[in-house]
Design a protein around this ligand. Structure first.
Ligand SMILES: Nc1ncnc2c1ncn2[C@@H]1O[C@H](COP(=O)(O)OP(=O)(O)OP(=O)(O)O)[C@@H](O)[C@H]1O
Length: 306
């Protein structure tokens, strides 16, 4: 089992009456991309800020690389991009990084390595203000990478990017993880998390609703079967899989079965003189999963009454 490099227990932040983060217990493992997924205002940034020691928790515990957040022993080993990078517009990308590197007592070698990692070496001499939004974000990631941290924390790294910029950022994150980095990234975009993350923590209204691998989150694979006559097909499938695993939706059968069961389903239908015209797996999208998880939250009795 891989090492846990971030662990929180009942981590809570209250601003006056508002519970921004409510008893969040999460675990991030070395070498993974962990997606912290939730709508705006869910508490993502506040949680990330607590992990960096920028916000003091109201209660609960957090450990980052084995020490308390913000402890000097952890600071140099964690890189972060939170709420957009702040750079000097008239300085080049390289000089901006040099300013930061000097502050962290790092040399030009670290600057060049970071530029290389985010694929900005070719444009490093151009002024920051001439960069596209995607390049600005990549420079922000480069700044977070200075000094080769063990953990990279990226708050909504694709915010404001066009689809091509988003794809670039995803590729960059994947490349960093392939090279041994651990990345914690927050997002309100389900598709983005689905593309790039190994495990996901879903947060809504300050509470962590679930923490699972993407596969676990999507659950068992379903099967869509188009067959005629549908009534006969439903009957046969129900006998085979049980009523709970069979539904007729939009003129087709939706079945829940494990992969080895697929062949048997088809064989049984055909033997029963059912004509099968289509069989394909249907995975639940993260979007469906997300709504299933959050819908009970959105329909509390008070809200139904209001
Ligand atoms: N300094 C603060 N003072 C008061 N309330 C705050 C403060 N920071 C955050 N909040 C509130 O805490 C809640 C969680 O905010 P947070 O920024 O952590 O959410 P988020 O999931 O990162 O959302 P977003 O993607 O919009 O930044 C929000 O209701 C926000 O208004």
């Amino acid at each position: 089992m891989s090492e846990n490099i971030v662990v929180t227990g009942q981590l809570t932040k209250r601003y006056g009456d508002r519970l921004a983060v409510d008893s969040v217990s999460l675990t991030i493992r070395r070498g993974e991309v962990y997606g912290f997924l939730g709508p705006n205002g869910a508490g993502k940034t506040t949680t990330l800020r607590m992990l960096l020691g920028l916000v003091r928790p109201t209660s609960g515990r957090a450990s980052v690389l084995g020490v308390a957040p913000g402890a000097p022993a952890a600071l140099a080993r964690v890189g972060a991009l939170i709420e957009g990078p702040g750079f000097f517009p008239f300085l080049s990308g390289r000089d901006n990084l040099r300013v930061l590197a000097r502050h962290a007592r790092l040399g030009d070698v670290a600057v060049e390595a970071a530029l290389e990692q985010v694929d900005l070496s070719g444009r490093a001499s151009d002024s920051f203000r001439s960069y596209s939004l995607g390049m600005k974000q990549r420079l922000g990631v480069a700044a977070a990478l200075l000094g080769d941290p063990e953990l990279l924390i990226l708050d909504e790294p694709t915010n404001g990017l066009d689809p091509a910029g988003m794809a670039d950022m995803r590729d960059l994150v994947r490349a960093l993880v392939d090279a041994g980095q651990t990345v914690l990234l927050s997002s309100h975009l389900l598709g983005e998390v689905q593309e790039v993350c190994d495990r996901v923590g879903v947060i809504s209204r300050g509470r962590l609703l679930t923490e699972r691998t993407l596969t676990e989150l999507r659950g068992a694979t379903g099967l869509l079967v188009r067959a005629e006559p549908l009534s006969r097909a439903t009957e046969v499938a129900t006998r085979l899989l049980g009523a709970a695993n069979v539904a007729a939706v939009d003129g087709a059968l939706r079945l829940v079965t494990d992969p080895p069961g697929v062949a048997e389903v088809v064989r049984t239908l055909v033997r029963a003189d059912v004509e099968v015209s289509e069989v394909r797996p249907v995975e639940r999208t993260l979007e469906q999963v997300f709504f299933e998880l959050t819908t009970p939250e959105l329909t509390t009795p008070e809200e139904v009454a209001s």
